[in-house]
Write a protein that binds this ligand. Sequence first.
Ligand code: SF4
Length: 429
Amino acid sequence: MSEIIPLHPVNAAGACGDLDVQVERGQRAVFCGLTGIIWLHRKIQDAFFLVVGSRTCAHLIQSAAGVMIFAEPRFGTAIIDERDLAGLADANEELDRVVGELLARRKDIKLLFLVGSCPSEVIKLDLSRAAQRLSRLHQPQVRVLNYSGSGIETTFTQGEDACLASLVPELPTSHETQPRLMVVGSLADVVEDQMRGLFKAIGIEHVDFFPPRRSTALPEVGPATRFLLAQPFLADTTRALQARGAHHVPALFPLGVEGTTQWLQAAATAWGIAPQHVLDVTQAPRQRAQQALTRHRALLNERSVFFFPDSQLEIPLARFLHRELGMQLTEVGTPYLHRQHLAAELALLPSGTRVTEGQHVDPQLDRCLHLGPDLVVCGLGLANPLEAKGLTTKWAIELVFTPIQGYEQAGDLAGLFSRPLHRRLKLVA
Ligand code: SF4
């Protein structure tokens, strides 16, 4: 958990349509990018994530992932101890030894990520050079890459962005002239299969998903690549793909019926397919999703929600909760506001919505307590104190661990917000 206390917190107002956007630079309460390993190691099934960090880093991912391990884990921590920190030991030698032992024991690993942390950055361990050295040593069996999951000035979903951005230079170059669609951002396998079926029904046959399930099946990229973002927190990955010639297709994010439909329609339009055709071929799943939302709307309609900045999913979630479930937005906090990627989302928030970018946690807590919303979406560290004050909370991190994209998951997504309220109502009844 990182907690950053700047000497001079500032508040700055910013224009974003008719929204009330405030920028805060104060103390933050967020998880670091190491957390991304929990869902990334399940997605890329032949990858191993070796955190080069301290016992604190090891505790973080073990406690976050502990309940989810169902097979031999594909992540671990190479512990930097006091001797390394004091410069008494050669950390590179130690790292080479640990990696050698790991790869000798685990022949299933085809891609190894060295994941930087606060301690590895403090001792200025150059993991990029280490990855190059270890790649030379272990290729062609294993490719070694590196990225930073450090908690300094980040939030936890940035771990995925940094990981995918490090993988982009490894994508083979495409010389195709026919456009090819790439969906960018980790999706649960079940969601990926559903999306592939929907694209096929729309008439887009060739769809690649990045990251892929196996590192040996990296999709090609080139000027004919058109990519849709499945997650809103992939700014560096987007830049890296654009540098390889790929073109971003702007869209809403596939959360809820409206988001999923417009996401599919954006791809269809880029392929010269009429938006009405998307409505025709998605009629059945759209109706199922609408029905699934109905019973949650009965509970959530007119209830108020407050978002603390955490997952970077806050803006698309606020749009979904307001437009499809009738919730009132009291404040929508987000760690970073990527105005370009979120332009379509921001345009659908109600006029005057208070959006905060960054955090200054104490005044934000005061605002939340003063408003007394029906539901608070926040990080784990804030949830218990807020519950103790009588507020109902939803852990933001669950929204990243749970399959929530697409039509078939719309009801589950709404359920993540209605369940805590339902529980609270039963307790007070
Ligand atoms: S990377 Fe930094 S913030 Fe994250 S667990 Fe390690 S020491 Fe803590």
